[in-house]
Design a protein around this ligand. Structure first.
Ligand code: DQA
Length: 156
């Protein structure tokens, strides 16, 4: 039986729409569009379908994660500042029931104490931090690996 394309949803939180201009010494010179272009190229080679979503609003991210339950097989999420504060994004990730990878461009463990707390770290499969935009590519590959290993399951 031919395997159907894996569908991976990328979710980015607040201020990631201004990557490239925002604190480039911390987050690098790449824009979100640059990162998405690279990820799309890798997805094409891997035979995966990718969709991208960025919002500066917590409720919009919650709604996207709720919808993902039916429209995706896995999630790559950089909740940005909400990583450290949002119970609602954590709850929506759990609701999605999907395997997820948490990505951060910077390494929060090396930064201010308030960034050392992640409210999603224990509901994701794993975390990729401090590799810049390439972390998104690694997260895609990790998720595809996890999904390949997983027993086939019915699509919702
Ligand atoms: C970030 C780290 C967060 O602490 C910060 O609020 C961000 C970006 C990162 O990708 O390094 O907005 O998630």
């Amino acid at each position: 039986m031919k395997e159907s394309k894996r569908r991976i949803l990328f979710v980015d939180g607040p201020n990631l729409n201004v990557l490239g201009e925002r604190e480039p010494s911390v987050y690098g010179a790449q824009t979100l569009a640059d990162i998405r272009k690279t990820v799309s190229g890798v997805a094409r080679r891997e035979g995966a379908a990718v969709a991208f979503f960025q919002s500066n609003h917590e409720g919009e991210i919650v709604e996207k994660l709720q919808e993902a339950r039916r429209g995706a097989d896995g999630i790559v999420i950089n909740p940005a500042g909400y990583t450290h504060t949002s119970v609602s994004i954590r709850d929506a990730l759990l609701f999605s029931g999907l395997p997820a990878i948490e990505v951060h461009l910077s390494n929060p463990a090396k930064r201010e104490d308030f960034r050392k707390v992640s409210l999603v770290e224990d509901v994701v499969m794993g975390r990729i931090c401090g590799i810049g935009g390439y972390g998104y590519v690694l997260a895609l590959q990790a998720l595809l690996h996890i999904l390949r290993e997983e027993k086939p399951r019915a699509r919702r």
